[in-house]
Design a protein around this ligand. Structure first.
Ligand code: SAH
Length: 368
């Protein structure tokens, strides 16, 4: 089950099977919807009304779109679907973290999470079904990548999560840290985020959106050149190539030097400081020597460091780090002047860590 994923060397890292649009979802088929409306003598404006209803007004059915004629709403309900996804499960943890397991039109499952803290409402979203990067400690990549998500499937995670918020509350932040490698599905992600960023969409500020990557240098540059203010987080997990090759199998085709150079260029192009993420795996990458090496790597860079104590994954025998080791590790970095945070674990009792709920659901058979 936890067999190490070996990547075919000849394939590019971003070569996931393409997304397939849901056959009846209105947001996936704007041109067809326009034709359908025209055939019924309806103005094109109706398509905009439907979109606004779903994106701005939280409509979850055509019946709720009361600015449309009743007969049209009934006909829409016969031929079209409001969403491309279905909610398969939506557990809430003791700390208020809500996880959604979404079923896609082809039966595949993805996950997204809503985290509430003070006045922040953060959505954590997925970009692929599974993941092709194969980081050894991560649940999302254990079965590889099945396909990319469409931009609508990405956007819908934000809509679905937002719809759970009380009226008047909105999503304030988004982290692209769910299943998949976001930069391996960059066009669809950018399209979804563009809609999310619109004032009459979800009004999510670019600076409140964080895209986390395993480190694909060409794509990091492409993102920088997109001219947006998205925040970039780069998953390091090791301070040298030897150890990183063991933890992050894609590293032997990329290497730390190329990733750091691309991240430095991202900062130069966008003026946005990069965050480095480092999952602390007990006894593997959490020692004093690793901390000192990481200082050498990050010193002089405009960077933040997020230390993430490993969240246990069913079937994997990596260890959570000892809390004292985490404190010492963070102190070494801070003393060297590197801005360092230790991430709190949230939603532990609902398997909120990447890809875990889906695995449990799949292991348990079909989700009702
Ligand atoms: N593919 C992207 C997004 C992955 S999820 C990337 O590699 O950055 C976001 C972060 O959660 C990554 O840093 C990832 O390594 C980390 N992560 C994955 N599984 C984890 C686990 N079981 N415990 C702690 N962090 C985990």
């Amino acid at each position: 089950m936890s067999e190490k994923l070996t990547l075919p060397v000849t394939l590019p890292l971003d070569d996931a099977p393409p997304a397939v649009a849901a056959p009846r979802a209105v947001l996936e088929h704007e041109p067809e919807l326009l034709t359908w409306l025209a055939e019924r003598g309806q103005p094109a404006l109706r398509a905009k009304q439907i979109r606004r209803q779903i994106i701005a007004n939280r409509a979850e059915s055509f019946a709720a779109m009361t600015d449309l004629p009743l007969a049209l709403r009934e006909e829409l309900a016969r031929d079209w679907a409001v969403f491309a996804t279905e909610i398969a499960a939506s557990p809430v943890a003791g700390d208020g973290t809500r996880k959604l397991l979404l079923r896609l039109h082809d039966g595949k499952l993805i996950e997204c999470v809503l985290l509430a803290e003070a006045d922040r409402r953060t959505a954590c979203i997925s970009t692929q079904v599974g993941c092709g990067m194969g980081c050894v400690f991560c649940a999302s990549g254990l079965e590889g990548v099945a396909r990319n998500l469409t931009s609508t499937e990405i956007l819908e995670q934000l809509l679905r999560l937002r719809n759970f918020l009380p009226a008047g509350e909105r999503l304030t932040h988004c982290v692209v840290m769910g299943m998949g490698e976001p930069l391996a599905n960059l066009p669809a992600l950018l399209e979804a985020l563009a809609v999310a960023g619109k004032k009459d969409g979800l009004d999510l500020g670019q600076r409140h959106i964080t895209i986390s990557t395993v480190g694909l240098p060409a794509k990091i540059r492409q993102l920088a050149e997109a001219g947006k203010q998205y925040h970039l987080a780069v998953s390091l997990h090791a301070p040298d190539d030897g150890l990183r090759n063991q933890i992050v199998p894609t590293n032997d085709r990329v290497g730390l030097a190329a990733i750091l150079e691309a991240a430095d260029d991202f900062y130069k192009t966008t003026g946005r400081q990069v965050t480095y993420e480092y999952v602390l795996l007990g006894g593997l990458n959490d020692g004093p020597l690793h901390a000192r090496k990481l200082v050498e790597l990050l010193r002089g860079r405009q960077a933040h460091l997020n230390l993430i104590p490993f969240n246990s994954v069913d079937g994997l025998d990596y260890q959570r780090p000892d809390p004292d080791d985490v404190t010492r590790f963070a102190e070494t970095l801070r003393r060297a002047g590197i801005s360092t945070k230790v991430r709190k674990t949230k939603g532990g009792d609902i398997a909120a860590a990447c890809g875990q709920l889906r695995r449990r659901a799949e292991a348990a058979g079909p989700v009702a």
